[in-house]
Design a protein around this ligand. Structure first.
Ligand SMILES: Nc1ncnc2c1ncn2[C@@H]1O[C@H](COP(=O)(O)OP(=O)(O)OP(=O)(O)O)[C@@H](O)[C@H]1O
Ligand SMILES: [Mg+2]
Length: 570
């Protein structure tokens, strides 16, 4: 009987492996540069032409190889990095499969020059996986690999390559990622003769970040230091006020090894929940340290992904690490310039102007120091008139724009910050009631009161359980003159019992959001000029961006230009 199953020749097996390991020039650069780092290089130099489609060259000053080792290195599963399956656990080198060199050599015109410093250098030439020559040459200790005509013998795959510019960008990202992982190693990237990246050896993590991401972005980052359970997280996250909807960079490492994981990035973003608009994406640079046995790095053909044993723990640690880092900082965020949502410019990519509440405040009675007898501050700038529309929106002119402020949303924002301050140390002014209020609640609501007793107290509600289903309120907060303490209490407790603000994973924030929402002045309430001005004054003193606890816009800007367009003046 004829056999139908046969073992594939090595050359075919290598090409198949190459299909998984090598997707584009950037993958070749990644594999070769990783080998250089594994070989202890202090400098790695990468040069490409035509996006790497024509030429890729990676040189290092690492250990190099003897002639015999170099020949073996081109065999499938030839590796110096592990010897047994047990070594896979906690493997510290980038490489461990012994697949990259033969895979790359099977789909290109490949040459390798290497010297371990003891004898002549070895020069090895391979074409499409076929060993052509092994010669003696000259080279200082280290290795250079040259890859020409990538995919020349697999035209179907060559067709999938993108434009030179796009392949160059991908190569840049691959080098940048490794450069970030190894700030002690120098990296240079040349594309078509011009320098694309130049990071000297021996940098600190922060210096390297500035060299690779640019000083401007690096200047918006704050350090992260967090430990919980079996995870330690360090690195940098962006200040909330500097996060933007586009152009963010996110880089994760586990035990120093770069990997991708959109869900962990999202977890870190969740740590920003109260501090940025839902559309903004903060830049992140985070290293997770955990026991080697708790993470599997051999789950993706190009080692771009890893698997955590305690997935939930990793996500929680990311979120808390980001939250802590920016929480420590809220008080330091600059006040004054605001970036509203581009509501009137949906889809436009122009940068949005900053809104300055200075117009409103400069001349208001509130802006005058109580001790200032002259009132000069007030006289020098005329106050812009404020108008209330539909008993809900405060409107005024600022520079070349009309500004609309949602009064409920603005007040919510103000109260949220105030309550967070009270919950985390401060004391709320409370009013003792002459006649205590008695309120009937459901079982779930009673439970919610028990659960949040400390927070209720911190904001000014002193509550006694009366037995059964009623509670007695002895003191109440008074955040503003229109405040209805009894109604607010009932609405808030109902929200807490129903888990209405469940999107907030932090209990204090959830409570603060609930209180802020229920205590804030509502839409549809007429406000006097003085009240509007006071509200805007307090809003300007908040630290966080212009959206409320539901993530809705607080401020909307209508540029004059837009009005003019609608009237056909432009
Ligand atoms: N630049 C280099 N300097 C010194 N030795 C090298 C270099 N590149 C490769 N080698 C040697 O060749 C071997 C094979 O390299 P290759 O990249 O194919 O496999 P690997 O790095 O061990 O595993 P992986 O396939 O996971 O990358 C390496 O284990 C290493 O010993
Ligand atoms: Mg390798």
């Amino acid at each position: 009987m004829q056999r139908r199953i046969s073992i594939l020749p090595d050359a075919v097996a290598d090409q198949i492996a190459a299909g998984e390991v090598v997707e584009r020039p950037a993958s070749v650069v990644k594999e070769l540069a990783e080998n250089a780092i594994d070989a202890g290089a202090r400098h790695v130099r990468v040069a490409i032409e035509n996006g790497g489609k024509t030429l890729i060259e990676v040189s290092d000053d690492g250990s190099g190889m003897s002639r015999d080792d170099a020949v073996i290195a081109l065999d499938r599963h030839a590796t110096s990095k592990i010897r047994s399956a047990a070594d896979l656990v906690g493997v510290a080198t980038f490489g461990f499969r012994g697949e990259a060199l033969p895979a790359i050599a099977s789909i290109s015109r490949f040459s390798l020059v290497t010297s371990d410093g003891s004898a002549d250098a070895a020069v090895i030439t391979v074409s499409g996986g076929r060993l052509e020559r092994v010669e003696a040459g000259a080279r200082q200790q280290g290795t250079s690999v040259t890859v020409r005509g990538l995919f020349y013998n697999t035209p179907a795959r060559r067709k999938f390559l993108r434009s030179a510019a796009s392949e160059t960008r991908a190569v840049h990202d691959a080098v940048a990622t490794l450069a970030l992982a190894h700030p002690e190693v120098g990296f240079e990237l040349m594309a078509d003769g011009s320098t694309r990246l130049d990071a000297p050896a021996g940098q600190s993590a922060g210096e390297r970040l500035a060299a690779v991401w640019g000083r401007e972005l690096a200047g918006t980052l704050v350090p992260v230091m967090y430990a919980a359970g079996s995870f330690r997280i360090s690195g940098f996250v962006q200040r909330p006020g500097d996060a933007r909807p586009s152009g963010r960079r996110a880089q994760l490492f586990v035990n120093g090894r770069p990997f991708r994981d959109p869900f962990l990035v999202r977890a870190a973003e969740a740590g920003y929940r109260a501090a940025i608009h839902p559309g903004d994406r903060p830049s992140l640079f985070l290293n997770i340290e955990t026991a080697a046995a708790d993470v599997d790095v051999n789950v993706h053909p190009a080692k771009l992904e890893v698997r955590f044993r305690d997935r939930i723990g990793a996500e929680r640690a990311m979120e808390e690490a980001a939250r802590q880092a920016i929480g420590a900082l809220v008080a330091a965020v600059p006040v004054g310039g605001w970036r509203p949502l581009p509501d009137f410019h949906a889809g436009s990519s122009e940068p949005v102007a900053m809104i300055d509440l200075g117009d409103v405040l400069g001349a208001s009675p509130l802006a005058v120091e109580p001790g200032d007898p002259t009132g000069v501050g007030a006289a020098s700038v005329p106050a812009v008139p404020l108008t209330q529309l539909f008993d809900t929106y405060i409107v005024y002119q600022s520079g070349d724009s009309l500004i609309f402020v949602d009064q409920h949303s603005a007040h919510e924002r103000v109260l949220f910050e105030q309550v967070m301050a009270q919950l985390t140390g401060g004391d709320a002014p409370a009013q003792r009631l002459l006649l205590p209020l008695t309120v009937e609640l459901t079982d779930e609501e009673i439970e919610a009161v028990e659960l949040h007793r400390a927070q209720l107290n911190a904001v000014g509600y002193d509550v006694d359980a009366f037995g059964g289903r009623s509670v007695v309120i002895h003191t109440v907060p008074s955040p503003h003159p229109r405040f209805d303490a009894g109604a607010c209490f009932q609405e808030m407790v109902a929200d807490l019992a129903r888990g209405r603000f469940g999107g907030w994973s932090n209990r204090l924030e959830r409570f603060a959001a609930t209180f802020a929402c229920r205590a804030a002045v509502k839409g549809g309430e007429p406000l006097g000029e003085r009240e509007m001005r006071e509200l805007l004054g307090r809003l300007a003193a908040t630290q966080l961006p212009p959206h409320d606890v539901h993530g809705r816009s607080t401020i909307v800007q209508l540029p004059r230009e837009e009005l003019e367009r609608r009237f056909g003046r432009r």
